[in-house]
Design a binder for this molecule. Structure first.
Ligand code: ASP
Length: 450
């Protein structure tokens, strides 16, 4: 059996006829690229509008009973421009009918919005398959229904049904004969409704297919050379991460790196399929590999940062002996809807890290009252205006010198660390600093480790 690759292209790789030609070149260049997953046409320039956003406007106008003819024309215009340049005008009537047909869907159906949204990906896949065939590739469009992409029935928040993996796996013999072009971003419910993942969800489709067919690689083509090791707005010309483990990548995504859809890591990671992020517009860049096990030793792979944090601290003599203390505290947090991101405890202390958005003035007041009444602390404080700078690396688990190198570097720059925490996954170090020191902290750590 042939070992296959699943190759996903993001919206900017499908935004114009020129970009679709690049997609064709990429797929033709490697015979093991058998599954091609596509997004809807994205932006051609920074000021442009994505097809998916146009579809949202179209739905809104339709729902509010406003005139939507201009949006219909704009959508048709986008596809027309592509198909004319690719000499595929025979599929234009089908595209036009689909776009007009959306305004006949029932508004009292909770999945109608998803049907609008999914149209961008669906037409994109049909168009790409037609273009591949026209240029000599044996390829065909496969709908998510045909592919067995069965999902749960929560509109706009689909989740794959676990039994769908076995269905999707059945595509393998077909893919050995033909390149299968599958639209990203949506699946079908058991009752046949179209249901999308959350925004940016084509990454999830690619990951699911890669996991189901046990691909040798999941390639995700986008418009950047790879994942930067730090925010380029903070650090000048940060290096591209060459390799990162799934666990590290999850932590980086959570801490503020937003190249991939967060949910897209899980299926491929669980199936042990490596992933690579590459640039459609610069094939000479090797990209970033996301792998189950690390092969490259790096003390730190990436530094993320995020502002708007608060530390809530409670001090009470011999707090650790009161077995009900934690339960009571968490109950207060639960009842007030306060989600926390990290926690540390000691003999007399407990502190938690919370995003400021969870702590409005009213919530803070209620929290203070409840903590004072039910926990009777010796001291209770809330420290606002904090940032969290997260250094991520599998090596943190193995090597203590990483912490000492980081703290020494920060001390040399006179940056005060309010709190230092190690994440429970043991691959993160969280430096909690005053918001005003955030950028300096990132730059100092970057200089130390890269
Ligand atoms: N086209 C969809 C969006 O813009 C999904 C995707 O591109 O991944 O959110």
């Amino acid at each position: 059996m042939m070992k296959m690759k699943v190759t996903k292209f993001g919206g900017s790789s499908l935004a114009s006829a020129g970009q679709i030609c690049k997609v064709f070149e990429i797929v033709s260049a490697d015979r093991s690229r058998r599954f091609v997953v596509v997004s809807a046409p994205g932006k051609r320039s920074p000021e442009d509008v994505k097809v998916t956003d146009l579809l949202i406007d179209y739905f809104t106008a339709y729902k509010l009973d406003k005139d939507f003819t201009a949006i219909q024309s704009q959508l048709i215009g986008r596809f027309q421009e592509i198909v004319s340049a690719l000499e595929l005008t025979d599929i234009l009537p089908e595209i036009t009918n689909r776009i007009y047909g959306l305004a006949k869907l029932p508004l009292d159906n909770g999945f109608t919005y998803d049907s609008f949204l999914a149209t961008g990906e669906d037409l994109s896949a049909r168009l790409v398959a037609a273009f591949f065939r026209k240029n000599g590739l044996t390829a065909r469009y496969v709908s998510p229904r045909e592919a067995g992409l069965f999902v749960s029935n929560r509109p706009s928040h689909a989740e794959l049904l676990p039994e769908a993996y076995a269905e999707i796996e059945k595509l393998i013999p077909l893919a050995e004969k033909e390149i299968l072009v599958i639209p990203g971003f949506f699946g079908v419910t058991r009752s046949g409704e179209i249901c999308t993942f959350s925004r940016g969800g084509s990454d999830i489709t690619g990951s699911i297919i890669a996991a189901a067919v046990k691909a040798k690689l999941y390639e995700n083509f986008t418009d950047v050379d790879g994942i930067f090791s730090a925010n380029p707005h903070t650090v000048e010309n940060p290096v591209i991460i060459e390799e990162v483990t799934y666990r590290e990548m999850r932590e980086l995504s959570f801490a503020g790196f937003s190249v991939l859809h967060e949910e897209s890591l899980i299926p491929a990671a669980r199936a042990g399929v490596p992933m690579v992020l590459r640039n459609t517009n610069n094939l000479s860049a090797k990209g970033t590999r996301i792998v189950p096990q690390w092969t490259i030793d790096m003390p730190v792979v990436g530094i993320a940062s995020s502002s708007g944090f608060v530390i809530i601290k409670i001090n009470k003599y011999l707090l650790y002996r009161d077995l009900s203390f934690g339960r009571k505290f968490f109950e207060i947090l639960e009842n007030l809807g306060i989600q926390f991101e990290a926690i540390t405890t000691g003999i007399d202390d407990i502190s938690i890290l919370v995003r400021e958005i969870y702590l409005s003035v009213q919530v803070e007041k209620a929290l203070t009252e409840r903590v004072l009444e039910s926990l009777q602390p010796d001291d209770f404080s809330i420290l606002r205006g904090l940032s969290v700078v997260t250094a991520v690396s599998e090596e943190i688990r193995q090597q203590t010198h990483i912490t000492s190198r980081a703290t020494t570097a920060l001390a040399n720059e006179k940056i005060k660390i309010e709190t230092l925490m190690q994440g429970a996954s043991e691959v993160t170090l969280l430096f909690i600093v005053l918001q005003k020191d955030e950028k300096k902290t990132v730059r100092t750590l970057y200089r130390e480790f890269f």
